[in-house]
Design a protein around this ligand. Sequence first.
Ligand code: G1P
Length: 292
Amino acid sequence: MRTAVLPVAGWGTRFLPVTKAVPKEMLPIVDRPCLAYVVAEAVASGVDQIVLVTARGKTAMEDYFDRSPALEQVLEAGGKRELLAEVQAVARHATVISVRQQEQRGLGHAVLMAAPVIGDNDFAVMLPDDIVDGRDFGQGGVDDPALAQILRVHAQTGGVVVTLKEVPRADTRRYGICAGSFVQPNRMNIDRMVEKPKPEEAPSNFSIVGRYVLPASIFDLLRAQAPGAIGEIQLTDALAVYAARGQATGVVFTGTHFDTGNPVGLLDANLHFALHHPTLGAAAQAVVAKYR
Ligand code: G1P
């Protein structure tokens, strides 16, 4: 597996007005943009090519992953070696390719925009609103990025693999929901997938979190796909075809998950990563203590 597609074309309406001028994926978690956490997870999982499916007005993301010669010169002249190394490392993470989604017609449509880059290969999709800290913090397990977990399953099963998480029944209308049979404590053979069902119509309470491994054959389905939930071309509707054929697996992943697609979720992620930060952790503890 080499390529991960990151759909980053959204307006970020839940973060207006800041997203008038700053892509929501560039909002910070402590000292780096949300997007950097997702790219770091991709790289730690063996991905070396990132495809950003972006939109006009959001070039800050491409700039972030580019070199910055003027800044590097200033840091060099000022003897700021550690900062210089950090800034240069960002650009070395992975090859970043961007394609534009000219109109926003849904997640399935966004993924389809990556088709010319992907060719015939299996690929990953990562939704940057979903941030997963794969560190175990000495709980007796191992550090394990969420994407790596589904790539390992994909190496065994082929087909579609998605990350799953149990959600309260009342929240099913916010997610893609999967149902099927558990063949291992954390592994579901999925036979049904529904996008954003009402709680009374949801076939389970296992939601898709934004990590997918997909075959390139998905593009043909997406090209033919009619709009579904909320009038958009839904990735889940194309995945449902694989589920019906017995070719989709769900993995209830380990790790700490944050939905940074809303301000409170972003605050939650900031507190988590600040409290666990190698140099800022103690100062963050003191700040949090003020509010107890
Ligand atoms: C998207 C997917 C949904 C998935 C969710 C995870 O929904 O369509 O299936 O459960 O991401 O974050 P969105 O959050 O774009 O509404």
